[in-house]
Design a protein around this ligand. Structure first.
Ligand code: HEM
Length: 612
């Protein structure tokens, strides 16, 4: 024992002697060599020589530091990826910044594994969740695993078809007139159709105000689509009248405009880099960051983040007011229940309100009552007696105040820009395909303007669903120009996908636009807008994995049905009342290379009134 400690101390002494002989310069040199080696290894040696994925086909390294990112940032969303699939294979590897690999799998079996079967193994990566958390709150879009399962279960009823049907069909046929003087509003106004009728009226007036109305007017259609969808989501999700259509300085609309205008490849790249800095996501969410945001304005790199903080602050303030209002309503209903005025569960209708938030608040009240009646403390403890917060599932899921607030931001963030981009691109595609537009008008006219040239109907869910050509047009537009062109996942364990051993930590692109326009499924003309293909789908079509516009599996878009009904209602009303053409000769589509396919030019189109 003593011999061992003697030799150990000899060893230590020898080490001390060596260290004492090493000069500072040598230390710096050694650290530099190590650092350079790490950089060279990360940037070139790993992706070229050591990565188990190095044999997978794909584009060359690209930029020595940023890889293929500059190409992606400067191109239309999803287009470089589509070209790689054509050139290489349905399994593609490419290199992003600092040598990080990204994989892309297109075959249904691979997508089924990533999105459905093993979805818990392939969550959204941390940086994506933080970006989404910053702009849409840490709600359903950001949670994963059990928390996601419980939250989704609690929210599903609010998005169910019966609930949507009730909402879209509450009204019988209510008619409105195009001229403002003659405009009549039924007492039972439908949630979608008030904003839609407002939009039709505004566009009509804009055209009428021209010296020669019959020649039409160039109108920035995306801007109007953004307003109408904001008003619809506020109405349907919160029962809140934002009326951004009539109020050009509506604070919520302006804040969202600032936010979506930030969408560009370079800005998203900056945001991703910022979110990778340890502590940055938390800091950006803090009041401190908001208060000191002007300091960021001095650094060109961060100006977009300062604008984002400012827009989000305004959005959060208004969202919190909307939520407080809902809570107040729920308390007054709760009081009436306690005082015996409305005892039945079915009476907890928050005044019969069908908006999504009322349904969630109601579900929470029900949960609280069960807990109270069964003497179960709303705050729960884990096995060690530690307080683990609310709703871990003893009775059911009780959404915390924070989670409720996050949902408000989620619905606004996820349900607004996506739908407006989808609508704008549908109008663009129809403006460039007059034949399909004419056929659509023939189909929707009897439904949307059934009486005479000034009267328009308000079809419900089922009628909209049964309009065949409208369905073909909307599905085709969502296929060719999916509002969310790409999303991301990361593997949390090594596993085989489509015969490839994918290491833990690999980032995947879920290439929505690439799959939806893949020639192997959709044929030679896969990239063309041809609505009639939905009347005779190709044999290669897979119902879950050929059209990924709302993706698939447990994380699939919860608002899918609602979004499709909404797009159909707005589109039907517009096509029944107006014709759309490109604004000028040679006009090109200009989608942002970012999270959604927002048109960067506001999408000017020549709009004329339909004369019957
Ligand atoms: C045309 C319109 C829309 C499109 C194209 C769309 C597309 C998508 C896509 C692709 C995802 C998956 C994102 C990912 O996993 O990375 C998603 C998720 C989601 N969408 Fe939508 N969406 C639309 C409208 C809406 C609407 C109207 C709402 C709600 C009011 C909504 C709420 C959500 C939510 C909450 C999620 C997260 C679901 C989960 O993870 O469980 N979306 N959407």
């Amino acid at each position: 024992m003593s011999a061992l400690s003697a030799s150990l101390s000899d060893l230590l002494n020898a080490a001390r002697e060596i260290v004492s002989q090493v000069t500072k310069t040598q230390l710096v040199a050694a650290s530099t060599v190590f650092l350079v080696y790490r950089i060279v290894y990360r940037l070139w040696l790993y992706p070229y020589l050591f990565s188990p994925l190095r044999h997978i086909p794909g584009p060359p390294l690209g930029h020595p530091i940023f890889g293929q990112s500059p190409t992606i940032i400067n191109s239309e969303a999803g287009i470089p990826q589509r070209e790689w699939v054509k050139q290489y294979s349905p399994v593609v590897r490419n290199i992003g910044p600092v040598g990080f690999e990204r994989m892309m799998f297109l075959r249904p079996e691979a997508l089924h594994k990533i999105l459905v079967k093993d979805w818990l193994v392939y969550p959204r990566p941390g940086f994506l969740r933080h970006i989404l958390g910053l702009v849409t709150g840490y709600g359903l879009l950001t949670v994963t695993g059990d928390e996601h399962k419980q939250m989704r279960k609690a929210m599903n009823p609010a998005f169910s078809i019966p609930n949507l049907t009730a909402r879209a069909c509450i009204l019988p046929s209510i008619f409105f007139l195009l001229s403002i003087d003659e405009f009549t509003v039924d007492a039972e106004v439908d949630m979608y159709y008030d904003p839609i009728s407002g939009l039709v009226e505004i566009i009509s007036k804009e055209i009428d105000s021209q010296p020669t109305p019959e020649e039409g007017k160039q109108i920035l259609m995306y801007n109007w689509m953004s307003k109408v969808t904001l008003d619809i989501i506020c109405e349907t999700a919160f029962g809140y009248h934002s009326d951004s259509l009539h109020n050009p300085h509506n604070e919520l609309a302006e804040a969202y405009e600032d936010l979506v205008n930030l969408q560009s490849g370079p800005n998203i790249a900056k945001l991703i880099l910022t979110m990778l800095i340890p502590g940055a996501p938390k800091l950006l969410l803090s009041n401190f960051a908001y208060k000191h945001r002007h300091m960021l304005d001095r650094l060109t790199f961060f100006t977009s983040i300062s604008t984002l903080l400012s827009a989000m602050h305004r959005i959060k303030r208004i969202s919190s007011e909307m939520l407080k209002e809902k809570m107040r309503e729920s308390l007054s209903v709760s009081d009436s229940i306690d005082s015996g005025l409305a005892i039945e569960e079915g009476d907890m209708e928050l005044g019969g309100k069908k908006d999504i938030m009322s349904i969630l608040v109601r579900a929470r009240m029900r949960e609280e009552r069960v807990r109270r009646d069964t003497n179960i403390d709303a705050r729960e403890k884990d096995a060690d007696g530690e307080d683990v917060g609310v709703g871990t599932g003893i009775v059911g899921y009780r959404m915390s105040d924070e989670a409720m607030m996050a949902q408000v931001l989620t619905f606004l963030g996820a349900g607004h820009e996506t739908t407006s981009s989808g609508l704008a691109w549908t109008l663009w595609l129809l403006a460039n395909d007059q034949e399909s537009q004419k056929r659509l008008r023939e189909e929707v006219l009897p439904v949307f303007r059934p009486q005479n040239e000034k009267v328009m109907g308000r079809p419900g869910y089922k009628t909209l669903k049964d309009l065949k050509w409208l369905d073909c047009v909307v599905m085709e537009s969502l296929r060719v120009m999916p509002p969310v062109p790409i999303t991301i996942r990361r593997s949390t364990k090594a596993d085989y996908i489509d015969g490839v051993l994918v290491p833990k930590g690999t980032v995947f692109w879920i290439p929505i636009r690439v799959v939806s326009t893949w020639q192997a499924i959709w044929g030679e003309d896969a990239e063309d807008f041809r609505p009639s293909r939905w009347l005779d789908l190709p044999k290669t079509y897979h119902p879950a994995f050929s059209l990924l516009s709302f993706i698939a599996g447990p994380h699939a878009c919860i608002g899918k049905t609602m979004a499709i009904v909404e797009i159909k209602a707005v589109l039907g009303a517009l096509i029944a009342n107006f014709t759309f053409e490109p604004a000028y000769e040679g006009q090109k589509a200009k989608p942002a290379a970012a999270i959604t396919m927002k048109p960067t030019d506001g999408m000017p189109l020549k709009v004329k009134k339909v004369v019957l």
